[in-house]
Design a protein around this ligand. Sequence first.
Ligand SMILES: Cc1ncc(COP(=O)(O)O)c(C=O)c1O
Length: 477
Amino acid sequence: MDIIYSIKLNKEKEEYLYKQLYNEIKKLILDNMLKAEVKLPPIRKLSQALNVNNVTVVNAYKLLEQNGYVYKKVGSGTFVKGLDIKENKKNLTNNSNIINFADASPTPDLFPVEEFKLVLNDVLDRDKGNAFGYQEIQGYSDLRNSIKNYINKYGINTKKDSIQIVSGAQQGIDIISKTLIDYGDIVFTESPTYTGAIAAFKSRSARIIEVPILNDGIDIKTLENKLLNFRPKFIYVMPNFQNPTGYSYSNYKKEKLLELANKYNTLIIEDDYLSELSFTSKKNTTLKTLDRNDKVIYIKSFSKIFMPGLRLGFAIIPDSLSRDVLSAKHTSDISTSGLIQRAFNLYLKKNKWEKHLIEMEAIYKKRYRTMQECIEKYLPNEIKYSEPKGGLNFWFSLPDGYLSEKLYLLCKDKDILFIPGSNFYVKKKYSKYFRLSIASVSNKNIEKGMKMLSEIIEKFLKDPKNKNLTEDYKTLI
Ligand SMILES: Cc1ncc(COP(=O)(O)O)c(C=O)c1O
């Protein structure tokens, strides 16, 4: 058993220490270095030996127990279980080699599962069957109150009754579309923009007018020209770390956008899917913070920094629309899961959210830096991009005449994934742009992936078959 004391944990690594410890002990068990019925060291002794907190060892042991590697004997300690070693070895080596710059969601190893389990259990003990009834359509009252207090810290002053809980920001976009868009109505979006929003607007048969986004926000001149000619139901924007470009609006442009919405009497939908994740400055004020005339419908997602599968988000709805939105929410799914709302409320109230945010910020900041270094080190100079100030996305451009959809096929063959630009436009089939996300790629794989991607790009740019193509190109192969 002394071998356990020689385990080395790396505090610099982004993986939680308890997870590292869990993996190390699991490996010893699978390698038969810790045999069935061996007793694991007492918690305090191991934590002292490894120079970690007691909680780290407690959590590692808990996870080992949950996953069937050890068992507890009351009063005597924790013991290794007999295992079907072969089966488990097989699972361990089944890892995929794909480097996924396409996925913009965090990976399950970053989810605070243990912490969330505790609040879920607390809710079940406290509320029992009530946690499983239909929740109010507008959302669990105490959660709306907690959210009101939380966003107040970001300078958003709103009433608890203006908050509508939704089953993810996508549903927020969808029910607002249902509320506001009639057949053939016009809506404005940034160009490029979030694919899920395009799909929601199309599903309501809206006519979408795209306004280019520049690296300091929407192109105000074009926007005003279009507003002179069209009356949109709303303008859909992501003012901080836009998806897919990563661009953020300057304060001037935020104010200007609000001014234009007032002047032309249109609403704005602000999709705040990520404003917490700033790496360079704290200038990521939301539009809602600056909104003095109740022109902004604010939608907040928790997916990118928390757990996308919870399906939880909220919207701030102007009074004049609240009844219609409530009705649209009701026809969508009656209400968002009461159990999840109650558990998340407790998570907020116990200040676990703030702690989680700090951890995620640290992890993503490191990845962001690695990405910047790799761009400097490996990427050919012909590839252009504008450095994002936060968030998870990097938006690159190939030289004119090259199409990212072609590059995508070559990279996919080598197990590197990204999203070609055409996905983010209403009609384009091809584009010279492409998006890389650091959300689900470890530092090590960012380095490996960017090196490989750069080599592929160098070859790609040299091949005459890839040159002088236009966006109406017919076949990729
Ligand atoms: C800009 C943007 N808005 C909304 C969503 C959807 O978020 P949710 O998971 O909260 O529905 C996404 C997800 O990718 C997104 O990128």
